[in-house]
Design a protein around this ligand. Sequence first.
Ligand code: G16
Length: 487
Amino acid sequence: MSKFENLLFGGILSKIKFGTSGWRGIIAEDFTFENVRIVTQAIADYLKDTKESEKGVVVGYDSRFLGERFAREAVSILLGNGIKSYLTKGPTPTPVISLEILRRKAGGAINFTASHNPPEYNGLKFSSSWGGPALPQATREVEILANKMLEKGTAYCRVPLEEAIDNGLCEEIESHEFYMQALEEKIDMSSIRKAGLKIAADLLYGAGIGYLDKAFESAGCEIKVLHNRYDPWFGGKAPDPSEKNLAELAQVVKSGGYNLGLAVDGDADRFGVIDADGRYIEPNYIIALLLDYLVRVKGLRGGAARSIATTHLIDAVAEKHNINVYETPVGFKYIGELIKEDKIIIGGEESAGLSIKGHVPEKDGILACLLVAEMVAVEGKTIGGLLEDLYKSVGRFVSARENIEIDVSAMGNLSVKMKEPPTLFAGFAVNNMRTAEDGGIKIFLAGGSWLLMRGSGTEPLVRLYGEARSKENLERIMKAGRDFITG
Ligand code: G16
């Protein structure tokens, strides 16, 4: 990089970069109005090139700081390019925006959200006309166009929003009812109703407000709702439905005698589940249980998909039912494609995203929570009970994931370190080692254990994932992985 480029990209302006899911940045640092205008113009140019612009674009936002203002700015740029916008009324979940693309036969969507990231972030998710997250080929094009504009000076077109609304080129849309109907076609609401489940829900101050809670109310459940007001500060935490962030929900479930605690993240595409005894259940287990339920009880047929970082318990369940498993890189866009092509019953990621056959090709935390409630209602068992049953038929799997806060560029050194494949790792024989599409390294060990190390594409950290057939072995593997990354 020349001195000039350093100044331009590393100093005053930072380069636009699309990661695992969209472009994310710190508000006012790199996520600025000017950069939003540039990226929207780049998307408009890309859509014009691909002839999708004539179909219009859905524009939405979640409850993050300035979300609505950023969305309105994007609409102004789209109109400046003669592109019609469908602007959501109020904070709207990512899966709802996906459904709106399909309903309106739009050319794509621009969705202002940084999902589960901490409050100082905002982001822009770009989705394609098929409803799923844009594939790398598309986001690379947008990146190139946007960075060229950053380098050469901006050249976007912009028309004030009021003018857009007057011209009928911006339609404000109400999505709630249509989405709820779509859910009712997929979920057995009457079984949930009959079981009389008591649900506690944590909406984490995000876009799931008015969706997750209303769905359970209309299913006739007794529901206690936490954090059901929009707060761009998310109570001071990242709106991530992780074990740590759901400690309050777990306490409420345990002390209040609830059947389930359920949660969604800031843009309601991720889910979190607490069992009746207050135990947090890792998304890995939920995806495997739902696969088993959808095949065994609902009689769905087709394959299953998981990312490279997700539990192989899914493979064991698939083998039991004699169905295919597709392994994808990290990123729901790849699973979304399989849903679109109707190849799978369910696809999921350990990061708490899933969708099912016939539903949107985007992860849906609300759907996931309702499916879990349906499974508990129909089976008449706790999640813990269902897991023990599953282990009896396919064996026990224990998995873990850790975030290690070191510079992602250290991953480069990791790959160098791993050039010589070790014969032993954590004291286990190494059966195989693979480099993933995103540069991560997956090591397969004797006895069915594995570990994966990779740089996150949404946060400045390294992720370590591991799986074994016993807790002791898992601990050994995770310690060796941690030591390897930080050593
Ligand atoms: C995004 C993607 C997911 C991915 C997750 C973690 O989720 O949509 O497909 O699994 O990030 O990615 P990484 O490990 O690279 O940070 P979300 O909910 O943030 O949009």
